[in-house]
Design a binder for this molecule. Structure first.
Ligand code: NAP
Length: 281
């Protein structure tokens, strides 16, 4: 039976994908830097390693027919390690969690990194599929501490309309691309079902929590400081903030990609808010 590998398996998308593959009866190997703390379902074979560690990938790819590649940190560099390990192992399918930013008209750091990862995978000779989601529903968990403390939402990405997506739908699309034919060499711009501004997401979250939340948009300079602290790269932070706050985002309107791949509508933000209400106190 084919073995499926999931990198980033303890994260938002990877965890959902592991669960979905197991539910469909597939053997799954899950990569984590700390397998003892992974908290993944018992059916998964959890192995130690990281896309940043080529030796761990050599072992992780042994006998793997298809892999969901979720990268965090040095996305381009990690993709090169993954591509080499997959090619050496004779893996026949790589599904990369890329970014909708790749299709953005403004060049920016997130797009550059993810496109670099795509190019490495395109050139490695293993058949590929790229998933390019817009912002995740789970990004609103960044609001949790201020909502708990003062009922306030401070928004970093401006207030332009977009169609954010649930991690469950990204994982479901990934599992289709991993397990079914017809997706080789294709890229999918994945969105949720509704166009919403951040303020509308805050309103929905407030309705679910039963309280009105105060909404404000952080000025770009404040967000550039935050991003620069995380990545250490001010130029990339400036370009990322400009792209994320532009009205030209590729995920401005819903696409049909989740429905086309999975045969059902993507989940609305309200469902995420209901399922994750405990985060907000
Ligand atoms: N958030 C968005 O709106 C958005 C939109 C489009 C694309 N994306 C892309 O989606 C990907 C992230 O997916 P996700 O949110 O599901 O992942 P995630 O939850 O952020 O992380 C996945 C796992 O990666 C491992 N990890 C974290 N930092 C790492 C590092 N520096 N080096 C090696 N491993 C590390 C961790 O697992 P262990 O600790 O168990 O090893 C973590 O659980 C990124 O490539 C991101 O650019 C995000």
């Amino acid at each position: 039976m084919s073995m499926f590998l999931v990198t980033g398996a303890t994260g938002k998308v990877g965890r959902e994908a592991v669960g979905r593959l197991l539910a469909l009866g597939h053997p799954v190997r899950a990569l984590s830097r700390t397998p003892g703390e992974a908290g993944l379902p018992r059916g998964a074979e959890v192995v130690a390693g990281s896309p940043a560690d080529p030796d761990s990938l050599k072992a992780a790819f042994d006998g793997v027919s298809a892999a969901l590649v979720v990268l965090s940190g040095d996305v381009g560099g990690q993709a090169a390690h993954v591509a080499a390990a997959a090619r050496a192992a004779g893996t026949s399918r790589l599904v990369l969690l890329s970014s909708g930013g790749v299709e953005h008209p403004l060049p920016h750091g997130i797009a550059r990194e993810h496109r670099a990862a795509e190019v490495v995978i395109e050139e490695c000779g293993v058949p590929w599929t790229f998933l390019r989601p817009g912002p995740f529903h789970a990004n609103t968990s960044w609001w949790a501490s201020t909502v708990r403390e003062s009922g306030a939402v401070r928004c970093w990405i401006g207030n332009n309309p977009g169609a954010p997506i649930d991690e469950y739908d990204i994982a479901s699309a990934a599992v289709v691309a991993l397990t079914e034919n017809g997706h080789r060499g294709k890229s999918y711009l994945l969105t949720g079902p509704q166009t919403l501004t951040s303020q509308e997401q805050a309103r929905i979250l407030g309705e679910v929590l039963g309280r009105e939340l105060e909404f404000s948009v952080a000025p770009p300079e404040e967000v550039v400081e935050v991003f620069t602290r995380i990545t250490g790269d001010r130029a990339a932070a400036e370009s990322d903030v400009a792209a994320l706050r532009s009205p030209e985002v590729p995920w401005a309107r819903p696409t049909s990609a989740v429905r086309d791949l999975t045969g059902r509508e993507p989940r609305p933000y309200r469902q995420w808010a209901v399922e994750n209400a405990a985060l907000f106190g």
